[in-house]
Design a protein around this ligand. Structure first.
Ligand SMILES: Cc1cc2nc3c(=O)[nH]c(=O)nc-3n(C[C@H](O)[C@H](O)[C@H](O)COP(=O)(O)O)c2cc1C
Length: 361
């Protein structure tokens, strides 16, 4: 199960509640891997009201209930570490300081703040070079805390326009120090976070989600630069022997439609391309039907496949896939974006979250 922000955590503490525990329990399966919704590694990495964190004791107590519930069904769960960087707002951050980013470039559009209000993004503050190791350390502390909360591993969210991708993409990174300019320099932050977490918890407990070419939070990347990033990252990540690299793509319907594109964003099949530069464990994701997923596994492109939206309304998706259910036989309810997120002001959180009737094989 691919990470999905659902914004149903406690209104005050932003810790997983008993209802959040039920949601993950419903979706856990024997031997299946769930990646949690994006969770802020530190108070400064917060981006959304009611998204969880992994930096307070209360967060960890909340997560313990979730991880125990998943393990009770024989499942595994990784914690996705999501540092929002510029995709945040000062009102969500400690001392109401500006969000931080590689460069002082404002994302396009509006941000949701407390009370469900929408306001324009702000111009973030560019990080000083000597502040970057501090952020790397925040990721490490968060990874250790996630472990203490019973997670089987962590995933670095390096997609959807959040902090690591803000470094990777040349549109959001105009730095002139060792973290900007060439593809190698732009990848430095992600590789430093990777190495530091791997040293703390083991590379076999660490996954990375890449999403080159996303059109999310105002980031639009050209295909040639995305392929150059992947060509560099492939061998670098292969050397590090991670649990997996998840490459999420917009090339398949209906994912590209719900991010507002009318056609695939790339000419290249990024999964097949990435396979030529990376021989390690590869998970693919993005608009995959069970049928397409089978094709990519059968031809050796992917070692594993993750599903997001199909899981929203099909808690027993693994069981249905094992029974040979096709896309048409699944409950399509997860496609209604109105059920995706909880309200900044609170409940009813069950609706569209834990109340889907099961399709039975
Ligand atoms: C409601 C919703 C919330 C999401 N939140 C996250 C998130 O927190 N972290 C992340 O990496 N991706 C997030 N995604 C993207 C999914 O993990 C996945 O990459 C995307 O939906 C494509 O896969 P799919 O077509 O199987 O859903 C989210 C998607 C949806 C629909």
């Amino acid at each position: 199960m691919s990470p999905m922000t659902r914004l149903r955590n406690d209104l005050i503490t932003e810790s997983p509640t008993d209802l959040v525990k039920l949601y993950y329990f419903q979706r856990a399966s024997d031997g299946g891997l769930i990646v949690s919704e994006g969770s802020a590694p530190s108070a400064g990495g917060r981006g959304y009201v009611r998204a969880p964190g992994v930096w307070t004791d209360e967060h960890i107590e909340g997560w313990k209930k979730v991880t125990e519930a998943v393990h009770s069904k024989g499942g595994y769960i990784f914690c996705q570490l999501m540092h929002a960087g510029r995709v945040s707002h000062s009102s969500l951050l400690p001392e109401e300081k500006l969000p931080v980013a590689p460069s002082a470039l404002k994302p396009a559009g509006d941000v949701h703040i407390a009370g469900g209000k929408k306001v324009p993004y702000e111009v973030p503050r560019a990080l000083e070079t000597d502040e970057i190791p501090v952020i790397v350390q925040e990721f490490v502390t968060a990874a250790r805390r996630a472990f203490a909360g019973g997670f089987d591993g962590v995933e670095i969210h390096a997609g959807n326009g959040y902090l690591p991708q803000q470094f990777l993409a040349k549109e959001t990174n105009l730095r002139t120090d060792q973290y900007g300019g060439s593809v190698e320099n732009r990848a430095r932050f992600l590789l430093e976070v990777t190495d530091a977490i791997a040293a703390a918890i083991g590379s076999n407990r660490l996954g990375i989600k890449l999403q080159q070419g996303v059109t999310f939070s105002g980031l639009i990347e050209p295909e040639d630069d995305c392929l150059a990033q992947l060509a560099y990252l492939g061998p670098e990540l292969e050397k590090r022997k991670l649990a997996y690299v998840c490459l999420s793509s917009l090339n398949y319907t209906p994912y590209y439609q719900y991010v507002g594109l009318s056609e695939p964003n790339f000419k290249t099949d990024v999964w097949r391309f990435f396979r030529t530069v990376y021989k390690g464990s590869l998970m693919i994701n993005g608009g995959l039907s069970p049928e397409k997923a089978e094709e990519y596994v059968a031809d050796g492109t992917a070692d594993s496949v993750s599903f997001g939206v199909p899981f929203i309304a099909n808690a027993n998706l693994p069981e249905l896939l094992a029974a040979g259910y096709s896309s048409e036989q699944l409950n399509p309810g997860g496609w209604q974006a109105s059920v995706w997120y909880g309200k900044a002001t609170g409940g009813p959180d069950e609706k569209g979250f834990t109340d889907w009737p099961l399709v039975r094989p």
